[in-house]
Design a protein around this ligand. Structure first.
Ligand code: NAD
Length: 313
């Protein structure tokens, strides 16, 4: 039995689909704060999926979901990095404390394996690109990044002290159908409000890797299958990057709208705490035999198509 925290969310629901697809049983723990019941509606009535509506900050509730579980896929967190510029304890609670609660419930119940959705933002403003897993010191510049780094440290501490096994996946930007946040989602909503212009935060030269949710889930499952250390730490991304101005062009192309003026607010970053350039070294992932299905532009174009049809213009 797999427990997926945040299984009603964007990436979590794709992971649930893949686990069910290979015949596994899945229990989902989600408070539906950003997750959606419709992302799981196709599993309604299935014997393979059990949904528990609960909050990770409720320790007793978390403990009660551990029975029979072999692997916890800890995907739940506040997904909005920008929120930390206004509310300073969200990432502390929904990130760090929530991860502590998951690990503690695992320890008490004897569950040994955790697979964790970390992020490239733990590297902060790295001066080595592409950035390998052993880059340091790790100096995140967002509150969200701090909570991811703290969660990684809790996982290695639980492994070192209680013998748990950890998979720490440092995700690039993940995009795909069911996306509920992020640059492509924001651009489509802006075009829906005003089809004549598209405002881009920053100078458009911010450059990052964009991995499809499908490749993200495929690589997580591949690593659990093929990597057997006590701590298995990997960057999950593509071997390329794409600029925000190119994303704006792709979204406008896919929208079919004519004469859209793309306007930049200026400045090297979109908001305080935004890392302007992020490019992960994925050679460690590739050395395990993982073969990605596509690069950043493929993922962005496919996501723009999918979200335009989900959201409508
Ligand atoms: P998401 O918001 O779609 O998914 C998060 C899920 O967690 C939601 O279903 C939400 O309802 C649930 N949740 C949040 N707080 C909870 C709580 N206290 N108790 C129970 N459930 C709770 O976001 P996502 O993009 O699918 O992200 C999944 C994970 O991947 C997160 O940990 C996120 O930080 C990480 N991540 C995402 C990206 C990305 O580009 N999307 C990049 C790096 C890391």
């Amino acid at each position: 039995m797999h427990l997926v925290t945040g299984g009603a969310g964007f990436i979590g629901s794709h992971l649930v689909d893949s686990l069910v697809g290979i015949g596994e049983k899945v229990r989902i723990l989600d408070n539906f704060s950003s997750g959606k019941a419709e992302f799981l509606s196709h599993h309604q009535g299935s014997d393979s999926v059990e949904i528990i509506r609960a909050d990770l900050l409720d320790r007793e509730a978390v403990e009660s979901t551990m029975e029979g579980v072999t692997t916890v896929h800890h995907m739940a967190a506040n997904p909005d990095i920008r929120l930390g510029t206004e509310v300073t304890d969200t990432d502390l609670n929904q990130g760090t404390v929530a991860t502590y609660n998951v690990l503690e419930a695992m320890r008490i119940s004897g569950v040994r394996r955790i697979s964790f959705a970390s992020s490239s933002v733990v590297y902060g403003e790295a001066n080595l690109m592409p950035t390998p897993e052993d880059y340091g010191p790790l100096l995140p510049i967002s509150l969200y990044g701090a909570s991811k780094l703290a969660s990684e440290a809790l996982i290695t501490a639980w492994a070192g002290t209680f013998g748990a096994q950890g998979y720490i996946h440092r995700f690039a930007n993940i995009v795909g159908p069911r996306g509920t946040h992020g640059v492509i989602f924001d651009f489509i909503h802006k075009l829906k409000r005003d089809p004549t212009r598209l405002e881009v935060l920053g100078d458009g030269r911010q450059e990052k890797s964009y991995l499809s949710a499908r490749d993200c889930v495929r690589s997580m499952m591949h690593l659990i299958e093929n990597s057997h250390e006590e701590i298995n730490l990997h960057n999950l991304g593509t071997g390329d990057t794409c600029s925000v101005s190119r994303i704006a062009e792709i979204v406008v192309e896919e929208s079919g709208l004519q004469g859209v003026s793309i306007e930049f607010t200026g400045g090297e970053r979109g908001w305080a705490g935004d890392v302007p350039k992020s490019y992960l070294d994925v050679s460690k992932l590739l050395s395990t035999g993982f073969v990605p299905e596509g690069g950043s532009e493929d993922a962005i174009r496919a996501t723009a198509k999918a979200l335009i049809s989900e959201i409508g213009l």
